[in-house]
Design a binder for this molecule. Structure first.
Ligand SMILES: Nc1ncnc2c1ncn2[C@@H]1O[C@H](COP(=O)(O)OP(=O)(O)O)[C@@H](O)[C@H]1O
Ligand SMILES: [Mg+2]
Length: 570
């Protein structure tokens, strides 16, 4: 957004009435404290110049000054508002006080207290600059330490923490804390149009999810944005290009019954007229079953390369013959029965095409990697499902399969599993999404979803199913959105707020006879607010309430976050 709205929102919007008030009260007290030595010094000087002020005795005043500062310092520490937006100011103030006391002790009273006129020497001025610089530096260190402490407190309570850079006064039933805790046992939704800051926000969470975990960690990435944010040695990059491990469909099979399930996951039944929803899927299952049996007889495991080669080199007639060798595959083979000529040619050509499209690039290699083994023993590695946009929709079934198949194991086993699915609504037909969303801690599964808009979710999953999915997502970070469905969703999450208005009341002659209190119910956040959110600005909705603010960028809190997480895992 423009610089103007930026600075406006910083100065006007990110304001916290209560804390600002406290701050100014303390600041006023401190300013008074700072003035005291000045007054004292001026009076002292007056004494020197023969104006006798008997009331203010030197020794008594000297005794008072440090005491005043001590009280101020203790007050600041007690009110140490780590979570407040202005808390750095307190540190500066505190350190300024300490520095002042030190200066007094060192006999700098007059130099610092009086305007730099009479006693001005380079040494004293230099000393002052050094002390001031040190105070600022120390304040920064203190701020960082304080941030870390606050992050650790929330993390140690078993939450994820979403750090904010600034908060807006608009919120409900939530303390205005710079660090917002989100529960680990419920799924999290990050909603926002492209460029709103979803990925940046998700990175804040993934970092915390990953800390010290050796559990399965599955990331779906639509734009290749996550690759650099994970350590390379611990990353499995699964894709049709630049893969670090080659996927093997046959390694997913434990029992023959699995093949049926794999077929359903790869080619789910969709409303569309996709050929593969019916006959094609049966044929696929039959072909895979055939290869699986042949290989088992020879005590080997086929690879995707074998599947592709087999399908491409076998003509319809031969395929039909081979499949009908197995009596239980004849039903599936009937789709390509050469004797029922009409349909079979088209079906088989189509089948070959789908196989060629799907098993392309690195998916057509003779690999060994399987989701099954990864979920069983991830060895501390992250599984990055990197959707190659350039390949178009042809590889969609594979990615859909990876997620659904991983979810199958996640929901079945006791192990903690993490799913981070950014832009997941671009994948139509994910079957396990509802189960994953509602799994939560009961099933040891943590899910973080990134979605562009509720409208997109409606398009991909249908209104009813999409709304059912959304209703399971009780923690959301809502960033800039523009579509009506997203606005409506946000408002339903936030609820209404009562607003009192006082209007003048007039009698019949138009004379004012007083005022009347009216109560309205309004949406505290309206469409234009949501449309105009800056990059990184969000409304966080949790079961306890909601809060609006500018999320801290990952880099700005990375050091503190890492330290807080390290302490936790040690
Ligand atoms: N917390 C933030 N503060 C300021 N700018 C941000 C913040 N988060 C993201 N941005 C900026 O917004 C832009 C889009 O961020 P990104 O996370 O890629 O959005 P999305 O994933 O929603 O498309 C980037 O240029 C990024 O620098
Ligand atoms: Mg993104």
């Amino acid at each position: 957004m423009s610089a103007r709205t930026d600075s406006e929102s910083q100065s006007k919007d990110y304001r916290q009435e209560d804390e600002v008030e406290i701050f100014f009260q303390i600041a006023a007290a401190m300013a008074a404290a700072l003035l005291l030595p000045w007054v004292y010094a001026i009076l002292e000087r007056a004494n020197f110049h023969d104006f006798k002020f008997d009331g203010l005795h030197r020794s008594r005043a000297l005794w008072l000054v440090p005491l005043f500062y001590l009280v101020g310092a203790v007050g600041t520490v007690l009110l140490f508002p780590a979570h407040l937006q202005l808390f750095w100011a307190f540190h500066v103030l505190l350190l300024a006080q300490i520095a002042e006391v030190l200066l007094h002790q060192a006999g700098y009273l007059t130099t610092v207290s009086l305007p730099l006129s009479e006693q001005f020497t380079p040494l004293r001025a230099g000393g002052f600059v050094v002390v001031l610089g040190s105070a600022v530096y120390a304040a920064q260190r203190l701020r960082s330490w304080d941030t870390e402490r606050e992050l650790r407190r929330i993390i140690d309570d078993g939450n994820y923490v979403l750090p904010f850079q600034g908060l807006s006064a608009a919120s409900d039933r939530m303390s205005l804390s710079r660090f917002v805790p989100l529960r680990k046992d419920r799924s999290i939704l990050v909603l926002g149009e492209t460029g709103a800051g979803k990925t940046e926000t998700i990175k804040l969470f993934t970092h915390q999810m990953q800390a010290g975990t050796d559990d399965p960690f599955v990331v779906f990435d639509y734009k290749g944005e996550y690759q650099e944010s994970f350590e390379h040695e611990n990353l499995i990059h699964l894709s049709s290009t630049d893969a670090t491990e080659y996927w093997n469909l046959f390694a997913e099979i434990e029992r023959e019954a699995d093949i049926d399930e794999i077929g359903r996951a790869l080619f789910p039944h969709t409303d569309g007229s996709e050929f593969f929803s019916q006959a094609g899927r049966q044929l696929f299952v039959a072909v895979v079953t055939y290869l699986h049996r042949e290989a088992q007889a020879a005590d080997t495991t086929p690879t995707n390369a074998d599947l592709v080669a087999f399908v491409q080199s076998t003509d319809k007639q031969e395929m039909h013959e081979r499949l009908t060798d197995h009596s239980d595959l004849t039903a599936a083979a009937s789709a390509i029965d050469p004797d029922s000529e009409r349909q079979a040619a088209g079906v088989y050509a189509n089948f070959q095409q789908v196989i060629a499209d799907l098993f392309r690039g690195d998916f057509a290699e003779a690999g060994e990697f399987s989701i099954r083994e990864y979920m069983d023993d991830p060895q501390g590695r992250t599984l990055l499902l990197d959707f190659p946009i350039t390949e178009g929709d042809a590889v969609q079934p594979a990615f859909r399969f990876f997620i659904d198949w991983a979810a199958r194991f996640a929901l079945a086993n006791e192990q903690d599993t993490y799913f981070v699915l950014d832009e997941f609504a671009r994948l139509p037909g994910l079957r396990k999404m509802g189960d994953l969303i509602n799994a939560g801690r009961g099933r040891n599964t943590q899910l973080l979803l990134g979605v562009q808009s509720v409208a997109q979710l409606h398009d991909t999953y249908g209104k009813d199913r999409a709304n059912a999915l959304l209703s399971g997502l009780v923690q959301s970070v809502i960033m800039r959105v523009g579509d009506a469905a997203s606005v409506e969703y946000t408002q339903s999450q936030i609820g209404r707020e009562k607003q009192r208005r006082s209007v003048p009341v007039h009698d019949r002659n138009g004379r004012s006879v007083g005022r009347q209190e009216l109560q309205d119910e309004t949406h505290p956040i309206v469409e234009s607010d949501l449309e105009r959110l800056d990059d990184g600005e969000a409304v966080v909705v949790v079961p306890d309430g909601w809060l609006r603010g500018l999320i801290a960028r990952f880099e700005t809190v990375q050091t503190e976050l890492e330290r807080a997480l390290k302490r936790r895992t040690e």
